[in-house]
Design a protein around this ligand. Structure first.
Ligand code: FES
Ligand code: FE2
Length: 369
């Protein structure tokens, strides 16, 4: 059995920006860590260990006071937006032990997403949260899902997103398009701002679009680039660009979408999945010129997502059995999946080694005399 775990040292999405209202406490579990977040009155999102330093009460069960401090629901200790304890009601002398400081997590709001780093904070300086410019741009219509909790390791979702050979039969009746799964893949990989990416490109010319794609993107026969990129362990970006044959280099002719999928581990067997559809604001559907392409895609998408979610949870259930002679087989179009598994496996081994090193450092050396 493959030890499906998660990479701790990475930026993960804690939510879309609009999920964070001013003074609203939110409790999260990300990579097995309890985290509380809120947007301060100054508009900044902050993140701390969700355990009150007094008796572990989840701080997300507390409330934000008129002065902007977080009051714990149990004995009323108050913390400011730097995580410092500023009031202990049971200490009438005003004494506040310095150990009451909350542990903070690096958190960055960028391009409509709030990113959090659950790993070693010192490592976060070498990596930038991935860019999602379409979400922040007024030139794109951007429609996103609610957060969905999935009972499966997040790597299963990443593999699902990088693999379109499952469109038939899993998505038969909506996006099922068997011709799509036979298009050869070009694999690219590299690093952008500290994030290792793996990307596939499927290029076709003179492609007859199935009716749903013709409705979204207007043309019947197209040249097309379809790319799937695991941008980082926290984000997968899917792009479809179509144009009439021979015109893919003319930007005014291009139709298509950018889909973002965010995958945030809760623990080894659960994650939170969010998706976001982006199309140019002035692109309307062919079937109904009053409905935008983005709305058309977003209307169809939940049914597709429900099918994937069903498959992911079924796959995860099968990890309960010992491999005992069982082995997964990679097929030709699975080369990106194989590469991603290698990258994950190496990153996890490196993290486990680093953890062991840290534990060894804590063992007191006995002097031999
Ligand atoms: S547990 Fe929070 S104040 Fe006691
Ligand atoms: Fe799917």
């Amino acid at each position: 059995m493959i030890p499906y775990h998660y990479i701790l040292n990475s930026w993960y999405v804690a939510g879309f920006s609009d999920e964070f209202e001013v003074n609203q406490l939110k409790g999260h579990k990300i990579c097995d860590k309890p985290i509380v977040t809120w947007r301060t009155q100054a508009g900044e999102v902050v993140a701390f260990d969700n355990r009150c330093r007094h008796k572990r009460m989840p701080l997300s069960e507390g409330r934000i006071m008129p002065d902007g401090t977080l009051e714990c629901a149990y004995h009323g200790l108050c913390y400011d937006s730097s995580g410092a304890c500023v009031a202990v009601p049971s200490h009438p002398d005003g004494n506040i032990p310095t150990q009451l400081q909350l542990t903070s997590f690096p958190i960055v709001e960028k391009d409509g997403l709030v990113w959090i780093w659950p790993g070693d904070a010192a490592n976060s300086h070498d990596v930038e949260p991935p860019a999602t410019p379409e979400i922040a741009s007024g030139e794109w219509e951007s429609i996103h899902s609610d957060p969905m909790q999935v009972k499966a390791n997040y790597l299963l979702l990443i593999e699902n997103l990088m693999d379109i050979t499952h469109f038939y039969p899993l998505h038969d009746g909506n996006i099922g398009d068997i011709d799509n799964s036979r298009i050869p893949i070009k694999l690219i990989e590299g690093e952008v701002e500290g994030n290792r990416f793996v990307k596939t490109i499927r290029h076709v010319e003179g492609y007859q679009q199935p009716p749903f794609l013709e409705d979204w993107f207007v043309y019947d026969v197209v040249d097309r680039d379809h790319t799937h990129c695991m941008v980082s362990p926290g984000l997968t970006r899917v792009e479809m660009r179509v144009a009439p044959p021979g015109e893919l280099d003319q930007s005014d002719k291009i139709r298509g979408y950018t889909l973002f999928h965010t995958h945030t581990p809760i623990d080894d067997t659960h994650h939170v999945w969010r998706w976001c559809v982006n199309c140019r604001v002035d692109h309307m559907s062919k079937g109904d010129r009053t409905v935008s392409a983005a709305q058309r895609v977003a209307t169809m998408f939940p049914e597709v997502v429900a099918q994937d979610l069903w498959a992911l949870e079924k796959q995860q259930e099968m990890f309960e059995y010992s491999d005992d002679g069982y082995m997964e087989v990679f097929l030709k179009p699975d080369k990106a999946l194989r590469r991603i598994r290698q990258l994950f496996s190496r990153a996890q081994q490196a993290e486990q080694l680093a953890k062991k090193d840290q534990e060894l450092d804590k063992v007191p050396l006995k002097s031999v005399s």
